[in-house]
Design a protein around this ligand. Sequence first.
Ligand code: ADP
Ligand code: MG
Length: 378
Amino acid sequence: MTEAQTTLENGETFQFQSEVSRLLHLMVNAVYSEREVFLRELISNASDACDKRRYEALTDDSLTPEDGAYAIDIQIDKDAKTLTIIDNGIGMTREELIDNLGTIARSGTAEFMAKSKKEGTQAADLIGQFGVGFYSAFMVASEVVVTSRRAGHDTAFQWTSEGTGEYAIAAVGDDAPVGTRIELKIKSEAEEFIDPTRLKSVIRTYSDHIAIPIRLHGGEDGPETVNSASAIWLRPKSEIEPAQLTEFYHHVSGAMDDPALHIHVRAEGRIEYAALLFVPGQAPFDLFNPERHSRLKLYVRRVYITDDCRDLLPGYLRFARGVVDSQDLPLNISREMLQNNPVVGAIQKALTTKLLAELSKTAEKDPESYSKIWDNFG
Ligand code: ADP
Ligand code: MG
């Protein structure tokens, strides 16, 4: 028995929130063709975690990784039939493991689940609606072991579950590296996901746009970086495939639909920024929730800052999703400083004009698709 397992026996067992149990049930019974998206979801979380650590390290240098570099490592163990996704991102404390991997925080979940049960919604729609991506691991795994150490904390914790009613948490000491390691015991009917060729193809399909390297270990050769690892919004338009845009939209929006339209802007005048914005193809279920606000991600010179900057678009365009990357804001900008900020104001003005122009172009050229947008968000 390994050390971790021994310690786990001294750990604590928790029940999943009932919505989570129901969701897990859907995941476990997901249709075969939907399964491969689990990897996209776990890579997306790993990438977000690296963004968060990079951001926190701006104001606390002790949080910077030793070699200063962020990466996502994917390890295959054919004998043990495990697939492990490792990031050196922000990591999670014990409380964060409980909150993030034991509940669904978003309001309206219960109602949506009840409705989807009636209408036979598939797992993929749920992932899209709630950003419950982590739980999709149970589409392919009979057991998931998450070992995580929060940056700036000494002790690592291990979260283990078979995806039925409960999960366990135990401390695993202080020699684990900062970040998160997610080990999946791959189900026998999902063994394609320990085949390096299959994995490479899934990663390239869904995660090529991830801006940090994704390295695959355990193939024929040494570790291999599988994605192009560059920020898609800074690439020339002509080099971006439509499918890559759609995947990026899925990543930033947490939704699974096809975007109705997008705008890609690189402004290089008085105010320098790049933006890649999408109008979703479907209205999210909580569109009219007054607490809902613009979910654009703000980056400053490729460093993720926040997805809570309300002033990047006016309220009536809050359905748009995407990223804005500014050259002119300071890296250590706080949320308060973003309010009434002249740079943000100028970007909002420019983006509003561009988005409205693109919408009226669509109204002219493709009235059908425009009327769908209008039905969803008008
Ligand atoms: P979402 O990504 O939409 O928030 P998920 O179900 O994918 O939903 O993940 C739930 C939460 O768990 C994340 O918001 C994050 O706080 C936490 N989390 C998941 N994976 C990681 C990871 N690799 N590192 C740090 N935190 C993570
Ligand atoms: Mg996620």
